[in-house]
Structures are given as C-alpha cells and as structure tokens.
Design a binder for this molecule. Structure first.
Ligand code: DX5
Ligand code: ZN
Length: 224
C-alpha cells in the first residue's frame, strides 16, 4: 500500500534565497511531486510567488510540479502557470463562482486538475464534478501559512472524501495539506489520503532528504 503514497514537499518552507538548491534536494531525496503554494494576499492573508517562480525552477527539476493556487479569480492566472510548466493546477472551490468552468479551462491547457477545500467547506461542493477532476485537496489547516497545527476535526472529512471518491470517481487522488508530519502521516494514509503535502516537517529536518525519509519511514513503521 505504502509505495503508492505520494510525498509532495512544499517549497513554501524552503529558503527563498535558495530555491534551486531546494528542488535539487527534494528530487535527490525521493520526493514524488514538488508542491508550490501560491498566495495572493487576498484569498489568504499572505503573499508568496507567481508563475515566474515555477518557470524559473522548471529547468532544474524533472518531478511533477503541483501548483496550489490560493488566489482569487484563479482563471486569470491559470494560463500563466500552465505555460510556466505546472503539471497539475489546484484551485480553491471557494475562489471560483463557476468552478466547473475553471476545471475545464485547466484540462484544456493540458494540466492535471485539482480542487481544494478549506476546512469548513463541505465535500458536497465537489460531489457533482468529482469525475471531472484528478486531485481533491482537503486542507487540514486554514490556508495562508506553513507550520500550522493539523486540525483534528478534518479526520472524518478525509474518511468521507475517500468514500465519495471510491463511490463516484476512484481515479481521483486524495491530497491532504497542512500540518502533515511523521507523527500523523501513517494515520492520514489509513484514513484515506494518497498524497501528503509537507512543508515545515520536511524543511525543519536536518536536510530535506532526511525529512522525506522520515515521512516514508513513518508510513511503513508507525502503528496507529
Ligand atoms: C498552507 C499551504 C500548505 C502548507 C504546508 O496554506 O497550502 O501547503 O504550507 O505547510 P506545513 O506542512 O508546514 O503545514
Ligand atoms: Zn498547499
């Protein structure tokens, strides 16, 4: 089971002065995807980086780039991120009045399609479009910052998301994002997660390679 779990370290927690080295270290450490947290200072109370960062790192890494857009009106910038080399683009349901239209836009640009839900947003929001997407991202912190505590109330949501996926769209990858660490990784997989985003736990380890190794070790060794 565990070899099918994908680890997606977030470069939000990397040294912004050394992003090239960060993606090299993540690739060397066996990451499956690189997670890019894009924040606009409106949808979330923080600003990070835009499509130029994705484009600048693209030549330095062969891994899939998983772009998480925490921005208002994502449809305006989705083409820039596709052009920059994103492999998958995730938009927030809360930021899209016409979510299905944005899903189709991302698909037509040739990228994998993700939809993210804030902690309070019901799974019902995506029920009828689930077959049209590739990744369902369940936020397990309120988006905006790395290093926050995992919200325990999200555990039943992960279980229910897994059930909904199995019933109507088994191809969809269930991604969890926020407060993921070796302490809870195994439990989250047992609950139904298939992609683990981890920022601070990877980059607070002595090296990112060791941070990734600790997550993988937790998946095979930890009792829940
Ligand atoms: C939160 C971001 C997450 C987060 C992950 O707004 O979407 O990707 O930074 O960081 P940790 O693992 O530190 O919670
Ligand atoms: Zn994220």
């Amino acid at each position: 089971m565990n070899h099918s779990i994908l680890i997606a370290p977030s470069i939000l927690s990397a040294d912004f002065g050394a992003m090239r080295e960060a993606v090299h270290a993540l690739q060397d450490g066996g990451a499956d995807w690189i997670h890019f947290d894009v924040m606009d200072g409106h949808f979330v109370p923080n600003l990070t980086f835009g499509a130029p960062m994705v484009a600048a790192l693209r030549p330095h890494c062969n891994l899939p780039f998983d772009v998480h857009l925490m921005i208002e009106h994502p449809e305006r910038l989705v083409p820039d991120f596709a052009e920059a080399g994103a492999n998958s683009i995730t938009v927030h349901a809360e930021a899209c009045v016409h979510l299905h239209r944005v899903v189709e836009q991302i698909r037509e640009l040739g990228c994998g399609v993700g939809v993210a839900l804030n902690p309070h947003t019901p799974l019902e929001t995506v029920r009828y479009i689930l077959p049209a997407i590739d990744v369902l991202l369940v936020m397990t912190v309120n988006p905006g910052f790395g290093g926050q505590a995992f919200i325990d109330l999200m555990k039943p949501k992960i279980v229910e998301a897994r059930l909904m996926i199995e019933q109507s769209a088994p191809h969809v990858l269930l991604e969890v994002d926020g407060g993921v660490s070796p302490d809870n990784a195994r439990e989250l997989v047992e609950l139904g997660a298939r992609v683990l985003v981890a920022g601070s736990s990877v980059f607070s380890a002595p090296t990112p390679q060791e941070g990734i190794r600790a997550l993988r070790f937790a998946l095979v060794s930890q009792k829940v």
